[in-house]
Design a protein around this ligand. Sequence first.
Ligand SMILES: [Fe+2]
Length: 392
Amino acid sequence: MSERTYNVGGVVLPRPFSIQRLGHIGLTQADLEACTDFYVDGLGFRRTDPLIFPGMDKPLAWFTSHGTDHHTLAHIDAMLEADNPHYARGVSVNQISFQVGTLAEVADANKYFSQNNIQTWRYGRDFPGSNWAVYAYDPDGFRVELFYGMEQVGWDRQSKPPQFYLPPDYTPAIPEAAEISEIKQVRSEHPELPAGFRPQEDMPYDFEVGGVRLQRPFAINRVGPVHLFVDDVDLSEAFYTRHIGLVRTEELTWQGHRVCFLRHGTDHHSIGLFPIELRALLGMDKRTRLFSFGVELGSYQQLVDAVAWLKERGVDVVIDLPVELRPGIDYAAFIRDPSGHMTMLYCGMEQIGWDGNPRTLEQRRKVSANWPATLEPLSDTNMTLTRLGPMA
Ligand SMILES: [Fe+2]
């Protein structure tokens, strides 16, 4: 590993970038439409754009979001991974995508990966979404994206028209024009350009959530963390800590196997690394190396109501997975999409302060099999709940 240091915004770091947040993940889906429907109808992710290649009459990917980011959950047709040997091994997570601070950090990360012999998949500007990105492969073949500049979809829910997309092989010229300069130029050259995609959202607005009529009795607050089954926990931990800049919060041994949890900010963790041997022990789907990805709801009440609503709709909701395998998260419910990917619904994550110490087991809330009607607050309860804009 290179011992050199980098000036990132005036701070000297061992890598030329700094992660700000877990922005989105992508899932490879054998049945793209059924799986997209599962998350759109069942959880309220909103379609923001299809990816349709020229000459094709159906999408090969659907981008969805719960907020103003163009996408927070992407679904990619398995056809696009037909030649990917990692997908054949169950790496059905297409991407785990962290936002960094600047475009220069993306460009410098691309150079850093090359200098450190880390295989990359793609570098340039993604579409739809218009985020600048570099993707690196982790030891199991999961793609870790570092991105900057995600398109924001505003009040009228119309995304940027495809005419604004750049060619797939375009790489950034540093410095690039500001987004608004680019939009003004394209608009001046093509005043006739239509607005972009806008989703149909036909379900009735039958539920009151916090004084607003919604289609479901809950709203998504954010996505993450991601729990992965990996071949070698030590090797993966070394990759994410050395080269991506995550920090280990906690490790534990479960049924003789080491599990570890890594964070990028104040959340207890953004990635959990589980040895692949645990997949069978936990009865998880053999098609995927994703254990689960988190979807945080807006409150404990919304989590309780979501479980009841999903069960009413006939969704199999699992609440008896071992709580010790999700340190920092107490009450959680799991649902499985048609490809076998588990979503972990939860509300609130333990926060790690300046000294980097998580709670001890004794300091954590005891989770009971019968979920209580209400919870007593902890010192960091509701600290992560920040919503920009309306719930729907
Ligand atoms: Fe991405």
